[in-house]
Design a binder for this molecule. Sequence first.
Ligand SMILES: CC(C)(COP(=O)(O)OP(=O)(O)OC[C@H]1O[C@@H](n2cnc3c(N)ncnc32)[C@H](O)[C@@H]1OP(=O)(O)O)[C@@H](O)C(=O)NCCC(=O)NCCS
Length: 394
Amino acid sequence: MEEECRPVLNTGLRGLVIADTRISDVQGAAGKLIYRGYLIQDLANTTSFEEVAYLLLFEKLPNAAELKGFKEQLTAERDIPPEVITALKTRPKDAVVMDILQAGVPLLAHHDPDVTDQSMEAAIRMATRLIAKFPTIIAAWDRIRNGKEPLKPSPNLDHAANFLYMLKGKEPDEEDGRFMDTCLVLHAEHSFNASTFAAREVASTRAHIYAAVAAAVGSLSGELHGGANMRVMEMLSEIGSVDKVEAYVNQQFDAGRKIFGLGHAVYDTDDPRAHILAPMSKRMGERVGDTRWYEMSQLLEKTGKAEFKKRKGKDIYVNVDFYSASLYYAMGIPIDLFTPVFAISRISGWTAHVIEEYFAGAAPKPMLYRPESEYIGDYCGPDVCEFEPLQERG
Ligand SMILES: CC(C)(COP(=O)(O)OP(=O)(O)OC[C@H]1O[C@@H](n2cnc3c(N)ncnc32)[C@H](O)[C@@H]1OP(=O)(O)O)[C@@H](O)C(=O)NCCC(=O)NCCS
């Protein structure tokens, strides 16, 4: 067999630049996250999710008239088809919520008149519909599984507040709505993370946007990615109280297990989003009269970092999922909706990336992603396996 010399990268593609993008920049060493040139801190403090979704899709922050028009489009697209509600009602009540969301994506595609239109205009319309409808699917499912009828979206509420309303059946107060909005801004985009890469890989085949988004939802569900926020809360619940944190950390490290919400594939310092979420978690805990989860998180961060340093001789930092867990819990969001809430936000980044993949990929033209692998299995004969008929196999 001819020897070929090819590099083998068993690295999870870490540090490998595989495409260019104008959507976001994650500067891991500096701890900076930038959406289309704007620092996440500025966006979190001053913009709404609708503005950020517009920024990601249309490459600029909207002016007042553009924002008004975009909000009206989103509001008009919030309803999901009755056939999708009927389909949701046939699902087992204990289904994994991310599976419900992932299954819901092609159901929406069946009802989208643009699904076979490959124009940029159609892609933007479909992206807008997906952003508008994700909260409705999640809220509808939560009500259905609890034996309640889904609520119609409220045209009077902004995106984040409307989600809380459809979920809880009560309009949120100003602070709850604002906190949810900030969470959506913070989670909207993060360059070539696993789920975005999944979306772009599917888009590179020229499959439609719903196919790409369904792949991304599946990727986000994993506990090393978006599923980590749920696992953080399960961990806090398992620990139970502040005085048990240190013993828990030691027990996890002794057993070679991970502390969820610590570590990141790109940041070499604290995730800048965690610094915004931590005081929000504290504040929300105070509002509901239970700061235990925040206090446990604080001590877990301190102890987890110190123990990691002691045992591995290097630093580890908190990521976005760490404080969002205690924050969502204080906001009364069911634990298994934490990752779906992440998806409600990240759909804006995914769709922006899919559109970039279709229309503005690597020069000279976008290419199908097609890496190779090094075969390390057996060859039974000199080159390939000599075929054995069934009756001759031992
Ligand atoms: C996010 C994550 C996958 C990044 O991975 P990474 O930087 O490539 O790090 P690795 O998984 O290769 O781990 C490197 C080392 O740090 C350890 N480590 C990484 N994250 C850890 C954590 N959260 N708790 C304890 N140890 C951890 C690993 O056990 C490994 O130790 P070893 O070298 O002795 O085998 C990883 O930090 C992780 O699994 N974190 C927990 C899940 C999580 O919060 N995910 C959300 C990410 S936003």
